[in-house]
Design a protein around this ligand. Structure first.
Ligand code: SF4
Length: 281
């Protein structure tokens, strides 16, 4: 049966989610940071993790953003094929939600209208919106504002099939090592393997929104996530880049079929404010 959803509902939810994501770190991230603060061996690293947790506490209590870079709003929409959207254009509705969230929530406006002319749009629009048509009669919205300290350290590698799994691991480790302190560690590392040039990048981005501590259902991928996390934490970058074992708190890998002649790998790095809020309407 067809269910009708007015796009004003989407605007309202996106607005609230932009504000929520920027003021409250998701419970999975906060839990992982607390665990890391207990286990970090470096005294400086431990202190930084404690300060980051204190920052979260102050931000939540005083309703101020968890970071000054409130990000470019990335929105993943899963639209059930039994949904009929009414009341206007969906993309406009999402951007209106971003606009209201950033303006009314007093969040920093970080978007420029043209990548070279660089005039600020003053309302943080447009967002980056990814659509999927899925089964059912719901609209699932994920809002993941992305800071550019870590975005700038992300990479796409067009590997050869012969590079294999070891080549993929090397690519991820190289990207994280090159990012060093610039990605505001501890990081979450999203990895997309397979597909095409753009598909692996979108997979890497969406992998960042996975619950910290959840692993891939594919046994060898899960093993790779665990091995890479261990190796990344052996790089010694540490919290704030000042040394220690907590360089990353999760490595989330998604895969997709690819062409016989290629092995695309994207590494999307996120900082310790790995913001993501999910709602189904
Ligand atoms: S990378 Fe993350 S923590 Fe660093 S400034 Fe940007 S949003 Fe803030």
């Amino acid at each position: 049966m067809i269910r009708t959803v007015n796009v004003q509902e989407i605007t309202k939810n996106v607005k609230e989610m932009c504000i929520e994501a920027n003021h409250f770190l998701s419970p999975d991230m906060e839990k992982a940071m607390k665990k890391a603060a207990l286990s970090e061996e470096s005294q400086v690293g431990k202190k930084i993790l404690e300060q980051l947790l204190e920052n979260l506490h102050i931000a939540g209590n005083d309703t101020i953003p968890i970071c000054q870079d409130t990000g470019m709003a990335v929105v993943f929409l899963e639209v059930g094929q039994d949904v009929h959207l009414e009341g206007g254009n969906l993309e406009d509705a999402v951007n209106e939600g971003i606009r209201q969230g950033y303006v009314e929530g007093y969040l920093r406006k970080s978007v420029v209208s043209d990548p070279l002319i660089r005039e600020n749009t003053k309302d943080n629009t447009p967002g980056i919106i990814h659509y999927k048509i899925v089964q059912g009669d719901k609209v699932v919205i994920k809002v993941a504002p992305k800071g550019f300290g870590s975005e700038n350290m992300s990479r796409v590698f067009m590997l050869k099939p012969a590079d294999g799994i070891e080549g993929v691991k090397k690519a991820v480790l190289d990207a994280v090592a090159d990012a060093g302190p610039n990605a505001c560690p501890p990081m979450v590392v999203g990895v997309g393997i397979g597909g095409t040039f753009e598909k692996c990048a979108v997979m890497a981005k969406e992998a960042l929104t996975r619950e910290v501590g959840e692993h891939s259902d594919i046994p060898y991928v899960k093993q790779m996530e665990e091995e890479l996390l261990e190796k990344i934490n052996g790089l010694g970058i540490g919290p704030g880049g000042l040394g220690g074992r907590t360089t990353a708190i999760a490595v989330n890998i998604d895969t997709y079929p690819t062409h016989i002649a290629g092995l695309p790998v994207a590494v999307n790095i996120c900082c310790h404010v790995n913001r993501h809020v999910v709602r189904a309407i």
